[in-house]
Design a protein around this ligand. Structure first.
Ligand code: ASN
Ligand code: ZN
Length: 332
């Protein structure tokens, strides 16, 4: 009657996440038929176009080493799948636009290019290969960060400058952490660090820290009047810090073997409500309360409103949201 092609999965030997299952299509390409047909392409060090769709005959992708060009493809394809699954299974959103359509990924952008980015124009994520073409920026958290820029662009539309730009960046870091925890990958455990696998500084330290953003030397721990004039990757700090405090609380705490020490601007303690509730509050605020010009004060108002809808006025959750904002010097 018909030939049932079924749902194919291949095997990825990634650089950062060990051996993983990948959504592939016969015979065979990095095409994830159960996740909006998300595809992963090889730019082969070029900087334009889509390059070539990763194709092979074995359905085993990469060997864990960056010299094998399939390896970064496997990492990026896996990160996109996890991010898709997170938004679908945790927040009930099917794809970046909620329409079931997948974005696509491009790896091996440029020569030793040390960045990754989302583009609205192609509805795609793009990844450089990092220093010496040896550290592709394709870890789970970076993939989730970039794909989340697509979500933000298609929901609140937070303008990428000023305070809204900091909130845009923080949204990508917040869900990068949430996806990494959701993945529960033994080689890349969930943490409140950004980019800990890609060694972008060359000394083994992460790109950003959410418990105390100033640990990176540039990000701010607390909101202040004028924070909108610094780089959005630094003005994101207070919102990342808010998310950490709301999830885990202030002070010292060890999660998955990483020890955090999170301060508060007013010296008052914050009791966390757990990452799942904190993530839900941010997601609902992003998708139902924030707009393109939302600033820190507006984010406070929006998240308090969402927490009130979800948990009730006067609930422990609403109080925790308010305390976490006060702890980063927003309202009091
Ligand atoms: N990797 C950076 C980011 O996603 C690229 C940029 O500056 N937009 O934030
Ligand atoms: Zn970003």
């Amino acid at each position: 009657l018909y030939e049932w092609e079924g749902v194919h999965t291949g095997t990825g030997n990634t650089q950062y996440s060990g051996q993983v299952t990948l959504g592939t299509a016969p015979s065979y390409t990095l095409t994830d038929t159960t996740r909006g047909n998300h595809k992963t392409y090889n730019l082969n060090r070029g900087t334009s176009g889509t390059g070539t769709l990763f194709t092979n005959s074995t359905d085993v992708w990469g060997n864990g080493q960056p010299s094998n060009l399939e390896t970064a493809g496997a990492d990026a394809h896996y990160g996109a799948a996890l991010t898709w699954d997170y938004y679908k299974n945790v927040h009930g959103r099917s794809g970046i636009r909620g329409d079931g359509v997948g974005a696509y990924s491009r790896v091996h952008y440029g020569n030793a290019y040390v960045n990754a980015f989302w583009s609205d124009s192609c509805f795609c994520m793009t990844y450089g290969d990092g220093a010496n073409n040896a550290k592709p920026l394709t870890s789970i958290d970076v993939a989730a960060h970039e794909m989340t820029h697509g979500l933000t662009s298609n929901t609140a539309g937070l303008v990428y400058s000023g305070e809204s730009g900091g909130l845009n960046e923080a949204t990508s870091d917040i869900f990068a952490a949430a996806v990494e925890f959701y993945a529960n990958n033994s080689q890349d455990q969930g943490d409140y660090l950004v980019g800990e696998k890609i060694d972008i500084r060359g000394n083994g330290t992460p790109l950003r820290y959410m418990d105390k953003p100033s640990k990176d030397g540039s990000s701010k721990d607390y909101w202040y009047s004028g924070i909108g004039s610094i780089d959005v990757h630094y003005s994101s700090g207070p919102a990342n810090h808010w998310y950490y405090l709301l999830s885990e609380g202030s002070g010292t705490k060890t999660v998955n073997g990483v020890t955090y020490d999170s301060p508060t601007s007013d010296g008052l303690p914050v009791t966390g409500i757990g990452r799942d509730k904190a993530s839900l509050i941010w997601f609902k605020a992003l998708t139902t309360k924030f707009n393109s010009n939302t600033n820190y004060a507006g984010a406070r108002t929006g998240t308090v409103a969402v927490a009130t809808e979800l948990y009730g006025a006067g609930s422990a959750e609403v109080k925790a949201v308010e305390h976490a904002w006060a702890a980063i010097n927003v309202g009091s």
